[in-house]
Design a protein around this ligand. Structure first.
Ligand code: 13P
Ligand code: SF4
Length: 317
């Protein structure tokens, strides 16, 4: 299947026929981003999924994102073009492991990053995404213990910004972001001293970025820790000629569209998420033709998870 004009016409026709809204995460292949009704970060897409009038949501992203849409809209049909599109970060904690962790910290508030399974969300008090994690944790009374999961790098970022000592962090990671490391970033920053650095907080190098700024190796105003959606916002206002981007490489497409005059370069051009890339033009076409793969969440699990997800979409920008 080639993503040509005939493919685009057929995808749009089938989407109309099915009363479907097409949502694409910023890490999707460029042709999938371009055909979607909305492209964005996890938080923006969750909000759109919750508000949409369409009877079918086609989620071009990974499984937990489609599950989140289903939790928010149990009466809608939610499709993911390939249900095998998982997430190594979401797989880094199970509901049983979370229950055991909660038992060690009775009374703690559980904050789960949206990259978790529906079963883990059902054991959670508030979900967050990278764009509102700090606001979510700041909304919790200072004397309450917090269990933050599953991402250790995002957790370390939130702990640093909020200065909160009673925040416990699960040791999970995303294999793509953990692989974007500090030495690589330092080398690229040294070779491009005028470049801005856009760093996703899931990256292994997020700490190094702040180190570079703290030591005055890179001016602090050039170092920006951002969610994928906030990167697009920054790009639109960018005065830098070059921006080094530390996140999954699919992000470069939206950034280049948002600011065509800026030279965006990946810090690590091998940082590609194989799960995100399972949503191919062929998979999207098949999904629309066959009404597949449908995402189901057990109604009781969805009911328990819904409050935590709703609190997430209400808090922060
Ligand atoms: P955001 O879109 O929330 O920044 O998340 C990044 C991510 O890794 C999702 O898989
Ligand atoms: Fe999960 Fe990482 Fe892929 Fe995002 S980039 S979907 S966190 S494995």
């Amino acid at each position: 299947v080639v993503a040509d004009a005939a493919w685009r016409d057929e995808v749009r026709r089938l989407a109309r026929e099915r009363d479907a809204v097409l949502l694409a995460h910023n890490y999707q292949l460029p042709e999938i981003q371009d055909i979607a009704d909305h492209t964005g970060d996890s938080l923006a897409l969750s909000r759109i999924a919750a508000q949409s009038d369409a009877s079918t949501i086609v989620f071009c992203g990974v499984h937990f994102m489609a599950e989140t849409a289903k939790i928010l809209s149990p009466d809608k049909t939610v499709l993911i073009p390939d249900a095998r599109a998982g997430c190594s970060l979401a797989d880094s904690i199970t509901a049983d492991e979370l229950r055991a962790w909660k038992a060690e910290h009775p009374g703690a508030v559980v904050v789960s990053y949206v990259n978790t399974t529906a079963e883990v969300k059902a054991e959670t008090d508030i979900c967050c995404t990278s764009s509102n994690a700090v606001d979510v944790v700041a909304s919790i009374p200072a004397d309450r213990e917090v269990l933050f999961l599953p991402d250790q790098f995002l957790g370390a970022h939130v702990k640093r910004v909020t200065g909160r000592e009673n925040l416990h962090i699960w040791a999970g990671e995303c294999h793509v972001h953990a692989g974007i490391n500090g030495p690589e970033l330092a080398e690229r920053a040294a070779a491009n001293p005028d470049a801005d650095l856009y760093i996703h907080p899931e990256c292994g190098c997020a700490t190094s970025a702040l180190y570079l700024a703290g030591e005055g190796i890179v001016p602090a105003e050039q170092v920006k820790i951002l969610s994928t959606g906030d990167m697009v916002g920054q790009a639109k206002a960018s005065k830098a000629k070059t921006v080094l981007v530390a996140t999954e490489v699919g992000m470069l497409h939206q950034l280049r569209k948002a600011a065509p005059g800026v030279n965006f370069e990946a810090v690590n051009d091998r940082a590609s998420c194989r799960y995100m890339k399972m949503i191919t033009p062929a998979a999207l076409l098949r999904g629309l033709r066959e009404n597949a793969d449908e995402v189901h969440v057990d109604p009781e699990t969805a009911r328990k998870a819904r409050g935590a997800v709703q609190r997430m979409i209400e808090i922060g920008t």
